[in-house]
Design a protein around this ligand. Structure first.
Ligand code: BG6
Length: 506
């Protein structure tokens, strides 16, 4: 992100419901500071915080100041200066967002704002999404006129299963048009995720082999080192599958597997992503049983500290059968991907923080090279898209080992962002908010894509709702043994960072 490439976003009021909450200070304000600093927004951005807590703007600013004081990056003079500029344009409205009064006051405030444009961000629990959208609409706040936009931005979860996702979409679409709804999946704010399209469509040598003639299988891993911690209440009713798969992992899958769009218009891209997600095979109960496994971490050591097991975590039911790890084998039923399995896994309290997509190519059809007993087969080529941390791309190929004979050795052609670019300390929301403000929906999810994602995971939700328990795994491991079996019975193995010494820096 750098200033000169961007025309600043048009003037608008950014209305935050839930302004005194954690999300606002931790994420939204630091993002707006970064955007101010980079010139992505101008001094005509107004921020109107709405919250239930008593007090005026000084209360809100005081809280924001105290939080920002704790951030090391806020010692940088240009960030401080950006905050001072932004700070003077924040106002606060105390009120209950289930009541009409607050919406009347918002309307007044927008009337007196320099511009009538507004984006409403719902930093509130998901059960209020529908209510707020309805109240905004009833009070005329979502009405657009020529040259004036009104948009709403919401974060996952969009429902907790297929039926509730459909119901939420229907409720929202009853009040506002699809082109006014910005459904945020924060994975799409990551540079490495946005770069998937460039990797594929700006490079002939990559896209040319991007199909089932050359690709054996794809692995998508989002391993997290963090445990459930203080999020027991949320997590126990959510679980790893709902929390990560139909949203974040499916966004990665869609970027990797979609067909090339005709243009980079938001709708062209969202059409392709939607088509891809709709092509995910919908499993029967028996198929779901064969193709999905779940785990929950036990008590143990994580990062040198004692960790209680998931079921001993605060606010988690001791007899909970919620999973903290999930692994799935999925198929995309299209011409391009016929027969290519997509293995997905994600979990908490694992060995490392590692989000990666590994494209595993087929074996060469005929290998004339002598085979070492330790390496009876030539290792297949792999392209590893390292989403985070240590963001980069590496391509694993075989070369001749220097010296006599024709011995092959695998090496990695390795690209790391940090070696080439200084992307500074960003929240990952800067590009998402910029696009929200300029009205580009490319990085946001459309209703059909969300519903297609839920449809593909619904058989697993149904199966696991019948009972049974997740398999145990030790904290600091890569998940339960059943996940290794899921891929192992196909004669394949999960990619391990240490598989390839040159592939990752420690
Ligand atoms: C969130 C999940 O959506 O994504 C969290 O609710 C998870 O449980 C987080 O930790 C992962 O995001 P990131 O950007 O840290 O990989």
């Amino acid at each position: 992100m750098s200033g000169p490439e961007f025309a600043p976003a048009p003037p608008l009021t950014f209305v935050i419901f839930g302004a005194t909450g954690d999300l606002t200070r931790r994420l939204l304000i630091p993002t707006l500071i970064n955007m101010t600093r980079a010139g992505m927004v101008g001094d005509d951005l107004q921020i109107l915080g709405v919250g239930i807590e008593a007090g005026g703007v000084d209360m809100l600013l005081g809280r924001l100041d105290s939080f920002l004081d704790t951030l090391p990056e806020m010692k940088e003079p240009d960030r401080l200066e950006a905050w001072q500029r932004l700070r003077s344009r924040i106002s606060y409205l105390q009120g209950d967002f289930t009541q009409n009064a607050v919406y009347e006051q918002i309307a007044q405030s927008l009337k007196h704002a320099p511009s009538a444009n507004a984006a409403f961000y719902f930093a509130v629990p998901p059960q209020f999404f529908g209510d707020i959208a309805e109240k905004l609409s009833e009070n005329g706040l979502t009405d657009e006129t020529v040259g004036v936009f009104r948009r709403i931005a919401i974060e996952k979860p969009f429902g907790h299963d297929l039926a509730s996702a459909r119901a939420l979409n229907a409720r929202l679409l009853n009040q506002v048009n699809e082109n006014q709804i910005y459904r945020i999946d924060h994975f799409l704010g990551k540079e490495t995720v946005q770069n998937i399209m460039t990797t594929r469509f700006a490079n002939m040598m990559i896209e040319a082999v991007w199909n089932n003639n050359y690709i054996d299988h794809v692995q998508i891993t989002a391993a997290e080192l963090v445990d459930v911690g203080t999020r027991g209440k949320f997590y126990d009713t959510t679980g790893a599958l709902r929390d990560m798969v139909p949203n974040h992992l499916f966004q990665l899958l869609a970027m990797v597997a979609m067909e090339p769009p005709n243009s980079f218009d938001a709708e062209a891209i969202r059409n392709e992503k939607g088509k891809l997600l709709k092509a995910l095979r919908l499993y029967s109960r028996e198929d779901a049983e064969k193709n999905g496994v779940r785990g929950a971490y036990t008590a143990g050591q994580l990062n040198g500290k004692d960790l209680p097991g998931f079921t001993q975590t605060n606010d988690v039911r001791p007899d909970s059968n919620t999973e903290t790890f999930v692994a799935l084998k999925l198929f995309v039923d299209t011409w391009r991907w016929a027969g290519v399995p997509f293995y997905l896994r994600t979990g908490k309290a694992m060995k490392a923080r590692d989000t990666e997509i590994v494209i595993n190519f087929r074996q060469v059809p005929f290998a004339q090279f002598p085979r070492a007993p330790s390496r009876p087969q030539l290792p297949p080529n792999r392209l590893i898209i390292q989403v985070q941390p240590d963001e980069g791309l590496d391509m694993q190929i075989s070369i001749k080992q220097p010296g006599l004979g024709m011995n092959t050795v695998p090496i990695a052609l390795d690209f790391r962002y940090a070696d080439h670019f200084d992307i500074g300390k960003l929240t990952g929301y800067e590009s998402l908010f910029y696009e929200l403000f300029v009205g580009d929906q490319t990085l946001f999810q459309r209703a059909d894509g969300i519903e297609a994602g839920w449809a593909a995971v619904q058989p697993f939700l149904d199966l696991w709702a019948e009972g049974g328990k997740p398999d145990p795994y030790a904290p600091g491991s890569m998940g339960p043994a059943c996940a290794d079996d899921l891929i192992g019975r196909d004669g394949r193995a999960w990619h391990q960072p240490e598989d390839h010494p040159a592939a990752k820096k420690a």
